[in-house]
Design a protein around this ligand. Structure first.
Ligand SMILES: Cc1cc2nc3c(=O)[nH]c(=O)nc-3n(C[C@H](O)[C@H](O)[C@H](O)COP(=O)(O)OP(=O)(O)OC[C@H]3O[C@@H](n4cnc5c(N)ncnc54)[C@H](O)[C@@H]3O)c2cc1C
Length: 363
C-alpha cells in the first residue's frame, strides 16, 4: 500500500474554524505527515499529475510512474481564488481572510479581535466546497465574541449564502435562524461573491436579479470558490462537473476498472464532509476486497454532516442524506438542538479521536 501525498504536514481541518474563531491554535491541528502515515504503508512525498488507466500507472511530478492494482483517488478540491476577482489581492492586503484556508485562519482571528465597529461580510461558499455549512462556525464564534466584548451593536454583520434558505436544509435552518436574529445578522440569500475591491472597500454580490454592491466593508471574511483539480479531467465526465465519475453507491469508477474515488473530489452526489468521507472509507475498503474476490459490492448511503456552532459554547449537528432528509446517527438525543456537550465534543474530543484512532483505522 502506497500513499502519494506531497505535503510534509497533515491538518485536521475541522479545527481551522476554531482557529478562525479564536478557540484553537494551528499547532493543535497540525501533525507531520510522517507521523500520520499508518505503519505498513509507503509514503511517496510527491504530487500525482496524471492517471494512465490503460497502463494502471499514476504519474508523479518527478516524471516517475507508480503501478497499481487498485487506485483510490482522493486529492480533495482546490481553492480557486482566481474565480473571484480581487480576492487574492484583498487577502494579501489583510482586508480579507478566511478560516477555510490554513494559510489565512490565524489572520481571521487577528482581524476579528481588532474590530470594534464597522461592517463585515461572511460567506458560505457555493458547492462544490469542503463542508460549506461549517463556514457558519467562525461567524457565530465571532458574533458571540463581539457580544461579550460589548461591541456587537456597533458592527453591521452580513452573511452571504448561495441558498434561498440558510443552507437549503429546512430542519437545520429552523434551528440556526433564531441565532442569526439573536446576533442581528443580515442574510443575503441566493447570492455569491462575484468580486472584491479592497481599495474601494466593496464586495460585489452575484444574485439572480443581477449585481448588488456592499460598500463601506471593513473586513471581508470570504471563503473562496473551490474546483476539482484539472489533472483529474480524464476521470470526470460531462455531468460530474469535473468530479471523479464514480458510482455514488459503490464508489467504483464508472468506466475505469480498479479505479475508486471518495471524499470531496468524488461525485458521490451528497454534500462533501469529513463525516461523509468517514462512511465512504468503510464501504470503499470493503469493496476493494470484494472487487478482488468477485463478491457483490456494498453501497454508501449518502450520509453527510454539518456541525454548526451557534455561539462560543454550543453546537448542533445537521446529519442528512443525499435528498437533505435528516439521517440522525442516534435516536437517544436530538443532535440538531444546540448543546454545550456537542461543542465540547467537536472542539476537544473529535481531534483526539481523529489523530489517535480514526487515522489509524480503529474507528
Ligand atoms: C475549514 C474547514 C472546516 C471543516 N469542518 C468540517 C467539520 O467540522 N466536519 C466535517 O465532517 N468536515 C469538515 N470539513 C470537511 C473535511 O475537512 C473534508 O471533507 C475532508 O478533509 C475531505 O477529505 P479529502 O481527503 O477528500 O480531501 P482533503 O482533505 O483536501 O485531502 C486531500 C489530500 O490530497 C493531497 N493532494 C492534493 N493534490 C494532490 C496530488 N496532485 N497528488 C497527491 N496528493 C494530493 C492533499 O495534500 C491532501 O493531503 C471541513 C473543511 C474545512 C476546509
Amino acid at each position: 500500500m502506497a500513499v502519494i501525498a506531497p505535503d510534509p504536514v497533515h491538518r485536521y481541518r475541522p479545527l481551522l474554524n476554531y482557529v478562525g474563531g479564536g478557540q484553537a491554535s494551528m499547532s493543535r491541528l497540525t501533525r507531520s505527515m510522517a507521523a500520520v502515515i499508518p505503519s505498513g504503508c509507503t509514503w511517496l512525498p510527491h504530487r500525482a499529475v496524471a492517471v494512465h488507466a490503460d497502463e494502471r500507472e499514476v504519474e508523479l511530478d518527478t516524471g516517475e510512474r507508480v503501478g497499481y492494482g487498485d487506485l483510490v483517488v482522493a486529492p480533495g478540491l482546490e481553492p480557486d481564488l482566481a474565480a473571484t476577482p480581487g480576492l487574492a489581492e484583498a487577502m494579501e492586503a489583510g482586508w480579507s481572510a478566511t478560516a477555510h484556508l490554513s494559510s489565512r485562519a490565524e489572520d481571521t482571528w487577528t482581524a476579528i479581535k481588532r474590530m470594534t465597529r464597522g461592517r463585515v461580510v461572511f460567506t458560505i461558499p457555493p458547492e462544490p466546497a469542503p463542508c460549506c455549512g461549517t463556514a457558519l462556525k467562525p461567524l457565530f464564534l465571532t458574533c458571540d465574541h463581539w457580544r461579550r466584548e460589548g461591541v456587537l451593536e456597533e458592527i453591521d454583520v452580513r452573511l452571504v449564502t448561495p441558498y434561498s434558505s440558510l443552507l437549503g436544509l429546512g430542519f437545520a435552518d429552523r434551528q440556526v435562524e433564531p441565532h442569526l436574529q439573536r446576533f442581528g445578522i443580515t442574510v443575503h440569500h441566493d447570492a455569491t461573491v462575484g468580486a472584491l475591491d479592497h481599495q474601494a472597500r466593496t464586495v460585489t454580490l452575484s444574485t439572480p436579479d443581477g449585481e448588488q454592491v456592499l460598500d463601506g466593508v471593513d473586513q471581508a471574511f470570504v471563503v473562496p470558490h473551490y474546483r476539482p483539480p484539472d489533472w483529474l479531467a480524464p476521470l470526470a465526465s460531462d455531468d460530474t462537473g469535473g468530479l471523479v465519475d464514480i458510482d455514488p453507491g459503490t464508489l467504483a469508477h464508472h468506466s475505469l476498472p480498479r479505479v475508486w474515488s471518495l471524499g470531496d473530489v468524488a461525485h458521490v452526489r451528497t454534500r462533501p464532509s469529513g463525516g461523509a468521507l468517514r462512511s465512504q472509507v468503510e464501504v470503499l475498503a470493503d469493496n476493494i476486497r470484494r472487487g478482488r474476490t468477485g463478491e457483490s459490492l456494498r453501497h454508501y448511503d449518502g450520509y453527510t454532516i454539518i456541525p454548526i456552532t451557534v455561539d462560543r459554547r454550543r453546537l448542533l449537528l445537521a446529519e442528512f442524506d443525499r435528498t437533505g432528509t435528516p439521517q440522525p446517527t442516534t435516536s437517544l438525543i436530538d443532535l440538531t438542538v444546540p448543546r454545550r456537550l456537542l461543542w465540547a465534543f467537536d472542539r476537544y474530543v473529535e481531534p483526539v479521536v481523529y489523530f489517535r484512532a480514526l487515522l489509524k483505522g480503529r474507528v
